[in-house]
Write a protein that binds this ligand. Structure first.
Ligand SMILES: Nc1ncnc2c1ncn2[C@@H]1O[C@H](COP(=O)(O)OP(=O)(O)OP(=O)(O)O)[C@@H](O)[C@H]1O
Length: 708
């Protein structure tokens, strides 16, 4: 209590002092920089004032007589003398708070000058809100009979209801998560984590850590997060500001690539495609490596493009000499020497520019040697015309022209008649679909990486488009081509790539194994982590979801639950004709209970739309989430299962869990798994007729059958 009062008073004084300095709005750069620093500190102290710290760890270093009390908070605060009052959670010593897992033995952390060893005496979690101490939980006490770190505080945190935004977890980061967060910068981290293991959350905390640890080397504006859609970005948008980090770019791969390409190309409407990919029963598509996303996302396609471009470069310079006027001649050999020799390190279009400037300089020099002003004038005129026609001999394809020509030899630009891809054969269906879309200046998402790759090779990568660190969430839906392309847009291969193969519901474009990404990086520059503990859902929900994986994806990793018990999963059978009434009844019941976010999860967009309309007729207001959704509003949502990925809800009503909607196959199993693992506390699974075979074996211990 005394510590809290002292820290708060000190922070309050610092804040007031900063607030008393008038804000600088002038043009002086130095003053502007100082003001930005002050503003940062104001924000920092305002945050620290409300909640100065959340943890305490008593640690006795080997050389010390007695333990020191270390208070851990979101922001470090120092006393007037420079002593740490509160330690930033990202500081090396704070890692003790997270990595210490109990026992009598020594604990250690790595300080800038080496390993520090000692003994932990106590670990305490505190909840302080608006300077009022609300909760204290000692999760470790050396003096107790059984000194292990308990999950008590974590369970209290996990039991809380969630609103419409993902939150920070600084006070309860677990040891295995902390290890990932604190991994060194220049590595490509690939993380396979089960549903609810905290992948998204951990990646965001890692960004905050990197900014702290490498503050002299990296900048927030040069870090970027790729997420699957705008709604998901909105959902995760609070975490970084809560951690005091701003200005990190958050985007989708599509938006990022389209902006860089800066053309009049737009994305083709994928509604029909989505219906096809997510159809069920007899309509269900067979997915193989010839699917457009798999083919265009492959490394072999990338290699084939690279080769085609090399060929293209070889034939770039015409054999002709340049003869600006009778008797004047710049030999073709000389021009080729410039292009293939002197300028060989530049991308092809830059080389073309350089050669053009060089020819112009050559003309000027030749003109200067012409004494007679009339002849000079005449020659100048002729040279301008000749240069124009000479340039027509050079290829003038845009990256899009070039890309397009790969699919249909006759549709290319100047040299389109040449078959450019020699190493791969474009599957006929892919070529047909592509040609049709390209004719209307439309692209599919899987065209963006190859097109940008061609663009980069032709024009080079501008420094502004190179990042210090890249985070890729839901990476199982990315292609190796996309990762390889991004690797050229990041310094030192600094990546956090996270996903879950068991949630790989976009199999027509995503990967089958992490090896597909890992082998893109040298062995010494990559690291692979597995996160197997799931924090989101109750034990009952996790065990129930585990049954689905056992039935449909037997080789997948089962999630290990945190020991948080809740209600059994409700398996509710209803008459086919009573679907809407049953959903209405369950939703009303849930709305009357503690849940603040509820989702009704269906199989297809069409079925969700119908149900949403039916709910409105029953005066139940809900948000229908479709592929265009930009924001996640919370409350009650109706959402097709493939758009629910990444989100979470206090309660989930999963509808149509019958044998027709979810058959005994991998794709349906992954969809059903995603649906069930969205729930934190309460899961209702509704079906008419025969239940999905994926549910068979759901034990009475964690699931209960109810007849409507
Ligand atoms: N150490 C932790 N302390 C408290 N809550 C945690 C912790 N780790 C994860 N969580 C919570 O678990 C939930 C799942 O986290 P998150 O969405 O980051 O997981 P994920 O692995 O990305 O999930 P999915 O793949 O299913 O989308 C969130 O509510 C998050 O706050």
């Amino acid at each position: 209590m005394e510590k809290l009062e002292r820290s708060s008073a000190w922070i309050d004084r610092k804040l007031k002092a900063l607030q008393s300095v008038p804000k600088y709005t002038g043009d002086d750069f130095t003053e502007q920089a100082l003001e930005a620093k002050r503003e940062n500190s104001r924000r920092h102290f305002a945050g620290a004032l409300d909640e100065p710290y959340f943890g305490r760890i008593d640690f006795k270093e080997e050389r010390d007589e007695s333990p020191r009390k270390l208070y851990i908070g979101k922001f470090g605060v120092e006393s007037e003398k420079g002593d740490p009052l509160v330690i930033d959670w990202r500081a090396p010593v704070a890692s003790l708070f997270y990595s210490f897992t109990g026992g009598d033995g020594p604990a250690s952390y790595t300080a800038p000058d080496g390993l520090i060893e000692g003994l932990v005496y106590m670990k305490r979690n505190l909840v302080i809100r608006k300077q009022i101490l609300q909760r204290v939980v000692d999760t470790y006490d050396r003096a107790s009979d059984n000194p292990v770190v308990t999950d008590e505080f974590l369970l209290y945190r996990l039991g809380e209801n969630k609103d419409n935004k993902l939150r920070d977890i600084v006070s309860t980061i677990q040891a295995e998560q902390d290890q990932i967060i604190r991994s060194v910068k220049n590595t490509a981290l690939v993380i396979q984590g089960v549903a609810g293991s905290g992948k998204t959350t951990v990646a965001l905390h890692r960004l905050a850590y990197l900014l702290y640890e490498y503050r002299d080397q990296i900048r927030a504006e040069r870090m970027i997060i790729f997420a699957p859609n705008r709604m998901f970005l909105d959902y995760i948008s609070s975490v970084l500001p809560e951690l005091g980090v701003g200005h990190i770019g958050q985007t989708t791969f599509e938006d990022w690539a389209l902006e860089l390409l800066d053309t009049n190309l737009t994305l083709a409407d994928e509604t029909e495609r989505r219906e096809r990919w997510f159809a069920f029963g007899a309509e269900k598509p067979v997915i193989h490596d010839e699917a457009p996303g798999r083919f265009k996302g492959s490394v072999r396609f990338k290699r084939a493009i690279e080769e085609a471009l090399q060929q293209y470069e070889q034939s770039f310079v015409p054999d002709d000499d340049f003869e600006p006027w009778p008797g004047g001649k710049l030999p073709g050999r000389q021009i080729r020497d410039w292009f293939f020799g002197e300028y060989r390190h530049y991308p092809v279009m830059k080389r073309k520019e350089r050669v053009e400037a060089r020819i112009k300089r050559w003309i000027e020099m030749a003109l200067n040697e012409t004494r007679d002003p009339n002849v000079r004038k005449e020659r100048k005129k002729k040279a301008t015309q000749k240069l124009k026609s000479y340039w027509k001999l050079w290829p003038a394809e845009t990256p899009f022209d070039f890309y397009r020509s790969l699919f249909s030899p006759s549709a290319g630009g100047d040299s389109g008649a040449v078959k450019r891809l020699t190493e791969v054969t474009v599957p006929a269906a892919v070529a047909e679909e592509s040609v049709k879309a390209f004719g209307k200046k439309k692209l599919y998402p899987e065209d963006l990486a190859p097109l940008l790759f061609i663009h980069d090779l032709m024009y080079g990568i501008h420094g502004d488009h190179t990042f210090d660190h890249i985070v890729i969430d839901e990476a199982q839906d990315f292609s190796p081509f996309q990762i390889a392309l991004l690797n050229e847009h990041v310094r030192n291969g600094s990546f956090t790539i996270l996903g879950d193969l068991s949630q790989g519901i976009h199999a027509y474009k995503g990967i089958r194994s992490w090896e597909e990404f890992l082998h893109l990086f040298p062995e010494e520059a990559r690291a692979y982590f597995k996160m197997e503990r799931s924090y989101r859902s109750t034990m009952e929900i996790i065990r129930f979801a585990g049954v689905i994986l056992t039935n449909g994806v037997p080789e997948s990793t089962q999630a290990v639950p945190v020991f948080r018990s809740g209600d059994k999963v409700k398996l509710l059978r209803h008459e086919m004709s009573a679907k809407v009434d049953t959903v209405v009844r369950v939703v009303r019941k849930l709305e009357a209970g503690p849940a603040s976010t509820i989702a009704v999860i269906g199989r297809t967009e069409k079925e969700c739309k119908e149900l949403h309309t039916a709910l409105l007729h029953h005066d139940i207001s809900a948000t229908l989430i479709d592929a265009r959704q930009q924001k996640y509003e919370g409350g009650l949502s109706v959402v097709p299962v493939y758009l629910a990925k990444g989100l979470e809800f206090d309660a989930v009503v999963l509808i149509d869990a019958d044998d027709a909607h979810y058959g005994l196959n991998e794709h349906d199993a992954k969809l059903l798994y995603v649906g069930c693992t969205r729930s934190l506390h309460d899961l209702w699974v509704l079906y008419a007729g025969i239940p999905s075979p994926l549910l068979s074996g759901a034990d009475e211990e964690f699931a209960r059958q109810i007849d409507a």
